[in-house]
Design a protein around this ligand. Structure first.
Ligand code: ZN
Ligand code: ZN
Length: 253
């Protein structure tokens, strides 16, 4: 009986691995996926700029305290919501769906702790293209700005959230570049305004934990949600990534 269950589990894992492998190959060979990612990056950035322009044109400053408090709330909300999306994505193994190749490519992010150095603008641009949900969020935000009266600080918070969601990708990238970062970034990481590698490393070393990647302040709450609703990535997506690289003789660094 036990043998039967184990065989079934292995078969299921092999089946999933082949789905993962074919999704990655699609991502690498079907140019449509890279093109759609570039288009999404442009849509996100144009929508962020447009929402900011509308905000600047309409914003009236009720109070400085309100302004700062709104930005702090937006910062916390960005850390939490983006962490929640990351949690969902790490646990999503629907490789045969139309977004399957993008999901499989996203799952490669656990493979390395040291990232190749790239210009921050390039990271901001490229990573924004993975955020399909952010495209919808920004388009709805612009629609609301055009058609509804939004209280100034609510509009500020919503626009800041839209921009900080891309910036969170930079914070994650910087935490994987601990030796080459500018002193200011290291300072912000030290005081937990940006994500530090010591804190974020737990996401890569352990399972189903520390999903936040703006500064990690919402991780205690995210960890409770993860334990309750998700199984984790070590025995799922990480296994497929490891097997994929093993087959190609690429080892984890
Ligand atoms: Zn992850
Ligand atoms: Zn990471």
């Amino acid at each position: 009986m036990l043998r039967h269950i184990t065989d079934k589990k292995i078969n299921r894992m092999n089946h999933k691995y082949h789905q993962f492998e074919s999704a990655i190959e699609k991502y690498q060979t079907v140019s449509w996926y890279k093109h759609i990612q570039t288009v999404l990056s442009w849509v996100v950035i144009c929508a962020q700029v447009l929402s900011l322009i509308v905000l600047i044109q309409t914003y009236t400053t009720p109070s400085f305290v309100g302004f700062i408090a709104t930005l702090i709330c937006a910062y916390l909300a960005t850390d939490f919501i983006n962490g929640l999306v990351h949690m969902f994505m790490d646990n999503n193994t629907h490789y045969t769906s139309c977004f399957g190749p993008l999901i499989a490519d996203f799952h490669l992010h656990h493979h390395k702790l040291n990232y190749q150095e790239k210009h921050p603008i390039k990271i901001y641009f490229t990573e924004s293209g993975y955020k399909v949900w952010l495209v919808f969020y920004l388009l709805i935000l612009i629609f609301l700005q055009q058609t509804h009266f939004l209280p100034s600080n609510l509009e500020l918070g919503l626009v800041a959230f839209g921009i900080l969601s891309s910036f969170a990708e930079l914070s994650h990238y910087w935490c994987h570049q601990p030796t080459t970062n500018h002193g200011m970034i290291r300072f912000l990481q030290k005081y937990r305004l940006l994500l530090s590698l010591e804190h974020h490393r737990l996401h890569h070393v352990h399972d189903n934990t520390h999903y936040a990647f703006l500064n990690g302040v919402s991780n205690p709450l995210l960890n409770i949600i993860a334990r309750k609703y998700f199984k984790g990535y070590k025995n799922h997506s990480d296994q497929y990534v490891r097997a994929y690289f093993k087959q190609r003789n690429v080892f984890q660094t």
